[in-house]
Design a protein. Structure first.
Length: 73
């Protein structure tokens, strides 16, 4: 993991050593594989449901407000 990606994770309090959900999303004709990893963290993005793709080194990241738990009122 590059220092830039480490700083990105630290900014949001994500520990990439902890469990994340990994899945292969695509495999291209040139042999390139696209994997997606979901890390969960507490909090939400203000004034948006999703942040556009953020490119750091050879990786792309997106942050999404995805409610895993719904609270009853």
């Amino acid at each position: 993991m590059t220092p830039g990606i480490q700083r990105f994770f630290q900014q949001f309090g994500i520990d990439p050593r902890k469990d994340g959900e990994v899945w292969k999303a695509a495999e291209y004709y040139d042999g390139t594989r696209l994997y997606i990893v979901d890390y969960r963290f507490v909090g939400n993005i203000q004034d948006a449901d999703q942040l556009a793709w953020i490119e750091i080194d050879d990786a792309k990241f997106s942050l999404t407000n995805y409610p895993i738990y719904r609270y009853r009122r």
